[in-house]
Design a binder for this molecule. Structure first.
Ligand code: GLN
Length: 216
């Protein structure tokens, strides 16, 4: 679902963490929307970003590579600075404060309790239509791959989507956005567009246009 307003995002530079996992699809979707996308592998790649995507993949591997490439602390700094960050699937796990006590490196900044591989063997991968808050009435085809579930949220978290059985699968807390499914594996760009709108709002608020001189 292409949009004819892609030029709206042409001044935004979005980093996509490219250590492991499904990062290329995010890069392609961002470029399709007119934004600049930069693969992030080193701390220097974080300079000057307007937003960041943490893709799906294997959260244990991505976490270890974050430590190895000395990205964990700079990324925590960016979260603290309010940079808009969107985590998909493993990205949700990396952003959650609580993953049930499992010992793996995390950014651990969002008030979520997340259960890894929550859908078990039978449902390792599945697709379903979801209603997502803010994305209009048209259902969103959500692709789940060995996905986590959000089992509880703190008071500052807005729930954006749930499965029919009530399992939370997308949420937002301030500048942080997460989905347990993979919009980048579909041709529906509404989720990425909503993220870019969030990035746009943050960028505009951070760098207000110069005020006109008051009339004398
Ligand atoms: N099962 C993976 C993990 O626990 C996440 C899967 C994904 O990102 N698609 O890290």
């Amino acid at each position: 679902m292409a949009t004819d307003q892609t030029s709206r995002f042409s001044d935004l530079t979005i980093g996509v963490l490219a250590l492991q996992g499904a990062f290329i699809e995010h890069v392609q979707m961002l470029r399709g929307l007119g934004a600049s996308a930069r693969e992030v592998r080193l701390p220097s790649d974080l300079e000057g970003l307007d937003g960041l995507i943490i893709p799906g993949g294997e959260s244990t591997t991505i976490g270890k590579l974050l430590v190895h490439y000395e990205l964990l602390e700079p990324l925590r700094g960016l979260v603290d600075s309010g940079l808009p960050i969107y985590g998909t699937c493993a990205g949700t796990i990396l952003l959650a404060k609580d993953i049930g006590g499992l010992d793996q490196p995390l950014l651990a900044t969002m008030d979520l309790v997340v259960e890894r591989n929550a859908f078990g063997r039978q449902l390792q991968s599945f697709e379903t239509d979801l209603e997502i808050a803010g994305l209009g009435e048209e259902p969103f085809r959500a692709v789940f791959i060995r996905a986590p579930a959000i089992t509880s949220t703190g008071p500052g978290v807005d729930v954006l989507a749930k499965l029919e059985n009530g399992t939370i699968v997308a949420a937002r807390q301030d500048s942080l956005l997460v989905s347990c499914f993979h919009p980048e594996l579909t041709d529906d760009d509404r989720f990425h567009r909503a993220f870019l709108e969030q990035v746009r709002a943050h960028k505009t608020a951070a760098r207000p246009l110069p005020q006109a001189a008051p009339a004398t």
